[in-house]
Structure formats: structure tokens, C-alpha cells
Design a protein around this ligand. Structure first.
Ligand SMILES: Nc1ncnc2c1ncn2[C@@H]1O[C@H](COP(=O)(O)OP(=O)(O)OP(=O)(O)O)[C@@H](O)[C@H]1O
Length: 340
């Protein structure tokens, strides 16, 4: 029997396909009650991880469990976990309702559940239409309806925003949030684009090259962003020198001839430049966006310093949840719930 917790635990999970290390020693926990984004660039190992979680790929080592059990030991898994993976096909000449009834029969739920889930995903009026004529967004909804048939405690969705228009994304956000928060269920959604799921998720697990780069609340990642000031001086080298002599260390020239300064105000920079006799033609405050931080995390490099240029080594304090160094310490990061 499973423990009914709704918790997903991925522990030291690895998968090798021949010479390819698709997933390397990945660990994270997903708790019920919130929507968690599983993010990383193309090829980062997201789909492989989800497939291991769903019992479709055998791990090389480590474990992925739902309710404390691997998928193969869940009993009637469709009652515990519903999933939508990429490229799921539908019989084109089958109506949405019939498609769902076939799946309902397979997992032992009554036919009427097909109409219930169609209603839940907003496809009630398309129940008698053939899936072959559905738009991409409607197919996504039908796939979600299929995942919901068993009224599962855990939902795992691979790239669910693909093909959805902004209205569809808003709908999905409201649906998943209420599913997770009001019903205390666990929702894990993968994406390679942070900005596509930013509105959808509360927690985030960021991986690249099969390794965890960050996990924790999205708000903490947001708060850790540092703004900078971009200065256009007559003499960039002189400005860098002056600022550094005055204790402002996070200063660097940018490729377009400006100077990026973090940890200082427009006024302070202007005063110091004036005192040193350096003409300044313009200053602009620049707030780092989450997407840029995501890009840098997935390059394995994060720097909150000026210029936001990829650095060969980590510089500056890590955002909360970001490991001090190395994958070993990353394995010990955890955002809640008991370590298993
Ligand atoms: N069955 C397989 N055989 C060989 N290599 C595979 C197999 N499945 C995945 N890979 C490789 O494993 C790595 C991770 O792939 P995976 O599909 O898990 O990444 P992803 O993060 O889901 O990427 P995407 O966003 O493009 O779907 C890639 O290098 C991929 O080529």
C-alpha cells in the first residue's frame, strides 16, 4: 500500500542511455497543496525524469516515488497519479466522449466520469466532436481530461502550455491552482520556458544537464534578483576605477561601452562621477528578469552582479535555495517535508 501523502520524492535518480547521462543524481521533493514547475532547457532530462516517475523508463540508479512507492507498486495507479506526456495521440475518428469512455473502462471508473471530466476542462460542448478535428489547445484539454479520469491525488504534466493561447494558459493556471490548493493535491508541470509557466507555479525545480540547479519557492528566486544601473560615461575605465576606489565593487564594463553597477543608486553613482570629473551621458535602472536568471542557472552559472554576463565561476551570494557549491550539496537542499 502507498502512504496516501501525495508526495513525490525523487532521490539520487540517474538515467544513462548508452553514453548519454540524461539524468544525474537528481533529488527533489514535491509536496501537495501547490503547483511545482519542473524546468530546464531542451535536453535537460525533464521528460526522462517524468517517465521514470511514471514507471515508463527504468532508472539506472536511485528512485522516484509517489506516496512512498514506485509507480509499479501503486496498485491502481490511475487513481493515484494522472499524467499528460508530450505527443499523446488520440484516435482521430473517436469523439472526445468515446475516447474518455475507453480509458474510463480501462481504469475501472464509470462512464459518467467521461462527461464530468469534459466539464472540468471546459470541453463539455465538444463531447460529440471527433478528436481528429480538435485544435492543439483542445487536444491539451482532452489529454488533461484523460489524466483526471481517475480523480488522482497527483497530476504530472509535461509541457502543458504547448499550443495554448494566453486565454488557455490563464484557464490552466486557475484550474491547476485550485486543483492543488483547494483540494490539497500535488501538481508537477514541466516546461523549458520559465515565462510560460511563471503564472502557473508556486514552487520550482530547475535542472540542467540532468543536475538540480535550484529548488524552492518561486517567490524566493524572484526576491533574490538584483537590479543594476547601466551608466553611459565619457570614460568607462575611469568610472570603473572611481567607483571601485569608493567601495563599489560590483562594477563591470558592458560590451556596448556602458558600465553596469550593482548595489548602488543612480544618485550615488552620479555624485561620485561628478566629483571625479567624469561626464555621464545617461543612466538607466535595469531590473533583472526571472527569465535571465533561469537562463544563467541552467548554464550552471548564476551571478547577481553587474553585466549579467555568464561568468566562469559562481560569484556573489546565492539566491535562497541555490546551493553554495557542487551537486553534492545540492542533494541536501530541501524545501519542506521530511527527508526520505
Ligand atoms: N530513449 C532514449 N535513448 C537515447 N537517448 C535519450 C532517450 N531519451 C532521452 N534521451 C536523451 O537524454 C537527454 C535528456 O532528454 P529528455 O527528453 O529527458 O530532456 P528534456 O529536458 O525533456 O528535453 P525537451 O524539453 O527537449 O523535451 C537528451 O540528451 C536526449 O537526447
Amino acid at each position: 500500500m502507498h502512504d496516501g501523502s501525495g508526495r513525490i520524492v525523487v532521490q539520487n535518480l540517474s538515467k544513462q542511455f548508452g553514453a548519454v547521462n540524461a539524468v544525474q543524481n537528481l533529488s527533489f521533493t514535491v509536496e501537495p497543496g501547490s503547483v511545482t514547475g519542473f524546468l530546464g532547457p531542451n535536453g535537460a532530462g525533464k521528460t526522462t525524469t517524468l517517465r521514470m516517475l511514471l514507471g515508463l523508463v527504468t532508472p539506472t540508479s536511485g528512485a522516484a516515488t509517489i506516496n512512498g512507492r514506485p509507480h509499479s507498486q501503486l496498485g491502481n495507479p490511475a487513481r493515484v497519479v494522472g499524467s499528460v506526456l508530450e505527443n499523446e495521440g488520440f484516435h482521430p475518428s473517436r469523439t472526445a466522449r468515446n475516447h474518455l469512455r475507453v480509458y474510463a473502462a480501462a481504469i475501472g471508473v464509470p462512464d459518467r466520469r467521461a462527461d464530468e471530466v469534459l466539464g472540468l476542462v471546459g470541453l463539455g460542448s465538444a463531447a460529440d466532436r471527433k478528436a481528429g478535428g480538435f485544435s492543439l489547445g483542445m487536444r491539451q484539454r482532452l489529454a488533461l481530461a484523460t489524466a483526471l479520469l481517475g480523480d488522482p491525488q497527483v497530476l504530472v504534466l509535461d509541457e502543458p502550455t504547448n499550443g495554448l493561447d494566453p486565454e488557455g494558459i490563464l484557464w490552466l493556471r486557475n484550474f491547476l491552482r485550485s486543483y492543488a490548493r483547494e483540494q490539497r493535491r500535488t501538481v508537477l508541470v514541466s516546461s523549458h520556458l520559465l515565462n510560460e509557466v511563471e503564472q502557473l507555479i508556486d514552487q520550482v525545480v530547475i535542472i540542467s544537464q540532468g543536475i538540480t540547479r535550484y529548488y524552492g519557492p518561486l517567490d524566493q528566486l524572484r526576491k533574490s534578483q538584483q537590479s543594476r544601473v547601466l551608466v553611459q560615461p565619457a570614460d568607462p575605465a575611469a568610472l570603473v576605477k572611481t567607483l571601485q576606489e569608493n567601495g563599489i565593487q560590483q562594477v563591470s564594463p558592458t560590451p556596448d561601452g556602458r558600465v553596469a553597477v550593482a548595489g548602488s543608486s543612480v544618485q550615488q553613482i552620479g555624485d561620485l562621477a561628478a566629483k571625479a570629473g567624469i561626464a555621464v551621458y545617461g543612466m538607466q535602472e535595469d531590473h533583472a528578469d526571472l527569465e535571465r536568471m533561469f537562463f544563467q542557472l541552467t548554464q550552471g552559472q548564476y551571478t547577481g552582479g553587474p553585466g549579467y554576463q555568464p561568468q566562469p565561476q559562481y560569484q556573489g551570494p546565492p539566491p535562497p535555495g541555490y546551493p553554495p557549491s557542487g551537486p553534492q550539496q545540492q542533494q541536501q537542499q530541501h524545501w519542506g517535508g521530511p527527508q526520505r
